[in-house]
Write a protein that binds this ligand. Sequence first.
Ligand code: SAM
Length: 233
Amino acid sequence: MMINADQKELEKFSQLAHRWWDPGSDFKPLHDINPLRLEWIDRHCQLAGKSVLDVGCGGGLLSEAMCERGATVTGIDLSEKALSVARLHLLESGRQVDYRQVSAEELAAEQGSRYDVVTCMEMLEHVPDPASTVAACAALAKPGGHVFFSTINRNPKAYLFAVIGAEYVLQMLPKGTHDYARFIKPSELSRWLRNVGLDPDELRGMTYNPFTQHYALGHDTDVNYLLHSIKNV
Ligand SMILES: C[S@@+](CC[C@H](N)C(=O)[O-])C[C@H]1O[C@@H](n2cnc3c(N)ncnc32)[C@H](O)[C@@H]1O
């Protein structure tokens, strides 16, 4: 199977991985949004007791938070370094997450539909064929299961905020973190979802206020957004 991954993207994350759990590092935005997205996910699917797959889990910020809510979590990523950091952090936190280095497509071929919940956050904008990742996430969810995505919209405002603002002006992210051509419109993502039997349910925007340095969920989906969907029965 051809692996749907961009080695340069994986290398970028591997080089930074040792600082994944440092809230003052390049991963600060992920630390800051973690409580917001966790609440939103939990509200939709009640994590306690659920089997969850976290696709593109990185160092495990969301995987561990979902475990803390009582879910049985498997985290997958293709960055060996990110997974090593994720595994090491379990020693510190005492939580349990099963981390594996495998692509969503390979896991779907191996396991089929066995998860109550699949999360794929801030990952689609880093892969060459995001529709293929979406299809694999759909295949991995049980019928009636919940599938969550978050990514970045594609329009001039998103370019201004997510690339120029975050990488160059505020320097919240290293330059080159995001490639505008890989940003995804909510309409495109919704179409990919429907094509593989996922029903888009709730679309939420995530905004950052540089003055208060706070993130919030709301109606403005122009830059960052999250999409909840349910797999057809
Ligand atoms: C911005 S990080 C997001 C991490 C995590 N999902 C979160 O939101 O906290 C993107 C992650 O996607 C991973 N990634 C990129 N391409 C991938 C692929 N083809 N398969 C699996 N993971 C991938 C990277 O290694 C990195 O850990």
